[in-house]
Design a binder for this molecule. Structure first.
Ligand code: UD1
Length: 365
C-alpha cells in the first residue's frame, strides 16, 4: 500500500525524515513524497533534504510564497491532480503549516484516510495561523499521532473519537537523536561564515509574525537581545522573513557588533551543533522549544503561550512573552546558573516513527 507523505516548510522536513525512512524499511507500505514548495530556498529546503537523507520528492508542487489564502489555495489546486494520479491508501501530514491543512483538506474531501502526526497541540491563541491549521487538520483526520499526553485531552474535548488517537512520542526527536553525532561543531559553522565563536554563547531565533512584522515590537526585542548579548554573546541564524523586516525597518545597526552575530538560515546539522553547545536559547520557534528540552539546554520562549506545554512542565522551557523586562529577568536567572534542567519527556526516545509505522501497517499493511 502507498502512504503519500506531504512536506512543505522547514519544520516539516525533520519530522518526515524518520517516518519516510521507516516506511522505506517496511515490507508492507511504500512512501510517496510530495513537497508543496512552500519553502524553496536552498538554505530552507535542500540543506535539510540532503542532511536528513530525505530522497528528492516524487513530486514538487513548486508553490512558493504568498498570502495565506493564495498559498493554501495554490497548494490545494496543485495537489488534487497529484493525489488522483498517485491514488494512495492514505495521506500523511505533519505539523501545523499551511501545507498541512491544504493537503489534508484535499484528501479529506476525496475520502482518502488522513493521518496527522503531531496532533492535538493547542496554544489556544487563534491569532496564530498555526493554531487554526492545527484545529482544522485534527478535525478531519482519521488517525492522530500525539507527542505528549496533554494532546489527547485537547482532542477529546473537541469531540475526536479517542480510538483514533495514538500517543507515540516525538518524530522530531527521532531525527535529533539520529543526527546528533553528525552535528557540525559550532566553531566550524561560525568560521564558514567568516565569524569567530565566543567561548560561551547563546542562540536566538525569531520569525513569528507577532514578533517581527511590527517595527516597534521588533526593535524592542532586538534591543533587549543586544543587552543580553553584551553579557552572553548571541548567535542569531536569521529566517528570511525576519531579515527582510530588519532591512525594511532600517534596524540593521541593532544586529551588528559583538553582542549579536547575525547568520543566514542554517542547515539542520549546523543548527543542531550550534544549539547543543549553547548556554541558552531565546526563540519563538515551536520546534526549538522541544529540541532544547530534549538536549537539556535552557530555553526562553519569546511568546505568551505555547502549544507544547510539556516543555515547560517537564523540560527546560520558560515562557517570557515579548516584554523586555521579563525577558531580561529570565536571562538573568539562567546566567546566574539557575536555568531549568528538566527531563526528557515520555517516549521522546527516538522510536516514534517505528511506533507510527507499526500502527500504519495494522491499518494498511
Ligand atoms: C512557515 C510556517 C510557520 C513555521 C515557519 C518555519 C505557516 C502558516 N507558517 O512560516 O509555522 O514556523 O514556516 O520556517 O505555514 N521565504 C524565503 N524563502 C523560502 C521560504 C520563505 O525567502 O524558502 C520568505 C518569503 O518572503 C515568504 C516569507 O519568507 O514570504 C514567509 O514564508 P512562509 O512560508 O509564508 O511563512 P514562514 O514565516 O516561513
Amino acid at each position: 500500500a502507498t502512504i503519500l507523505c506531504v512536506v512543505g516548510a522547514r519544520p516539516n522536513f525533520m519530522k518526515i525524515a524518520p517516518i519516510h525512512a521507516q516506511l522505506r524499511r517496511s515490507g508492507k507500505l511504500r512512501p510517496f513524497l510530495v513537497h508543496t514548495g512552500q519553502h524553496y530556498d536552498a538554505a530552507m529546503k535542500d540543506a535539510f533534504f540532503t542532511q536528513l537523507g530525505i530522497p528528492e520528492p516524487d513530486v514538487d508542487l513548486g508553490v512558493g510564497s504568498g498570502s495565506h489564502a493564495w498559498q493554501t489555495a495554490q497548494i490545494m489546486q496543485r495537489f488534487e491532480p497529484v493525489l488522483d494520479e498517485a491514488a494512495p491508501e492514505a495521506v500523511l501530514v505533519v505539523g501545523d503549516v499551511n501545507s498541512t491543512i491544504a493537503c489534508g483538506l484535499v484528501a479529506a474531501k476525496k475520502q482518502i484516510p488522513l493521518i496527522h502526526v503531531e496532533a492535538g497541540l493547542r496554544s489556544r491563541d487563534r491569532t496564530m495561523p498555526e493554531e487554526i491549521n492545527r484545529v482544522l487538520t485534527d478535525q478531519i483526520s482519521d488517525l492522530l499521532f500525539t507527542t505528549e499526553r496533554s494532546a489527547r485531552d485537547n482532542l477529546t474535548a473537541e469531540g475526536i473519537d479517542p480510538s483514533r488517537i495514538h500517543f507515540v512520542g516525538n518524530v522530531m526527536i527521532d531525527a535529533l537523536r539520529a543526527q546528533l553525532e553528525r552535528a557540525m561543531p559550532a566553531a566550524q559553522t561560525l568560521q564558514r561564515h567568516g565569524r569567530a565563536l565566543p567561548p560561551q554563547y547563546g542562540v536566538v531565533t525569531l520569525h513569528r509574525p507577532a514578533n517581527v512584522d511590527d517595527p516597534d515590537v521588533l526593535a524592542r526585542l532586538l534591543n533587549v537581545l543586544a543587552e543580553i548579548g553584551r553579557r552572553l554573546p548571541l548567535v542569531f541564524p536569521c529566517h528570511p522573513r525576519t531579515l527582510q523586516k530588519i532591512e525594511a525597518f532600517g534596524l540593521q545597526d541593532m544586529v551588528e557588533g559583538p553582542a549579536i552575530t547575525l547568520l543566514p538560515p542554517l542547515g539542520y546539522l549546523e543548527m543542531l551543533g550550534l544549539v547543543k553547545d549553547a548556554r541558552l536559547v531565546l526563540t519563538d520557534s515551536g520546534g526549538l522549544q522541544e529540541e532544547t528540552t530534549a538536549l537539556g539546554i535552557p530555553c526562553i520562549t519569546l511568546r505568551d503561550n505555547t502549544e507544547r506545554p510539556i516543555t515547560v512542565t517537564e523540560g527546560t522551557n520558560t515562557l517570557a512573552g515579548r516584554d523586555p523586562e521579563r525577558i531580561r529577568r529570565c536571562a538573568d536567572e539562567v546566567l546566574a546558573g539557575g536555568g531549568k534542567r528538566g527531563r526528557v519527556p515520555e517516549l521522546w526516545d527516538g522510536r516514534a516513527a517505528e511506533r507510527i509505522v507499526t500502527i500504519l501497517e495494522r491499518h494498511w499493511g
